[in-house]
Write a protein that binds this ligand. Sequence first.
Ligand code: F0G
Length: 346
Amino acid sequence: MTIPHKYWSPRGRGIWRYASMLPLGSGISLGEGGTPLVESSLSSNLYIKFEGTNPTGSFKDRGMALGVTVARESRAEKVIVASTGNTAASAAAYAARAGLKCYVLLPRGNVARGKLIQAALHGAEIIMINGFFDTALRYVLEHGTKYAYPLNSFNPWRLEGQKTIAFEIYEELGCPDYVIVPVGNAGNISAIWKGFRELGELGLCRKLPRMVGVQAEGAAPLAVAWQRGLKSPLFVDKPKTIASAIRIGRPINWPKAMAAVEQSGGLFIAVSDSEIAEAQRLLASRDGIGAEPAGAASVAAALRLKVSGTVVAVVTGHALKDPDVIEISVREIKDSRELLLLLEGA
Ligand code: F0G
């Protein structure tokens, strides 16, 4: 496969709008990308890049479109992923579309219900392991790749698709001062940084954004290392956070993510579960944006950092992915008169 020369010529919709910047000119699509950039009321100059509107409800669809296209073109019959849930949901949907068999390895008890349901609905073979995501990924690397095409974020095609987040931000806003990204396996922050770097190389972005990687306090191998001035992560054996999507202790893409943060003059930061829950609540109740906890982590970081300049927080997944973390309060009424009293404020 020859990699064509890149040039900036956006045309059409979704990620394939940027075909001239991608190593593939076309491919499988479910309408991924083209997500909204919404001005937030939570802080001045804060914009939310809401990835929850992708076909399966997370940014993973951008990379899966390319990854599954390559799997099909290389005549693979099976694809495989380890996942905290969203990669599994996305791989299952795109593999279904391409007519490929999909195996997903999930850490038992560590996957949000909505994501599991998606993987099942799209017909993936669901395999549960005891342990965390990091063990599932190790299994894929040890044995999965011999028999199936792997679609985790060490797959470069995935990152090529995900870099289109940078292109969309650029088209709407130019180059912001900061881009804040929740970090789990550390692929997405690397992908978005690649997108901005390419815009810089083409002379489109004169000042590249500072990349901010956000982890949850109980799963912060990069953020803790960063705080201590270390250049490599302090791996976590038992990651713990409500944000199950980023409950990861050994991010495989850490060298790329560290480089993205260093080269851009950014930083890593850890936020607490209560900050994540509060950001999720504020996003939903003030901005009308339903984020899953990992997605809201970027907003929690924005609210903590209070930097000046234009800030884009990437909200990576939809609230419906993880319904069990939401507290629901309801009222019951017996007749319509009670409704009247309630509406009158009695
Ligand atoms: N936000 C959400 C909602 C995610 O699902 C993930 C990763 C991330 C952020 C972090 O992205 O791994 O590229 O640093 N989810 C993976 C999965 C691990 O299996 O769905 P990353």
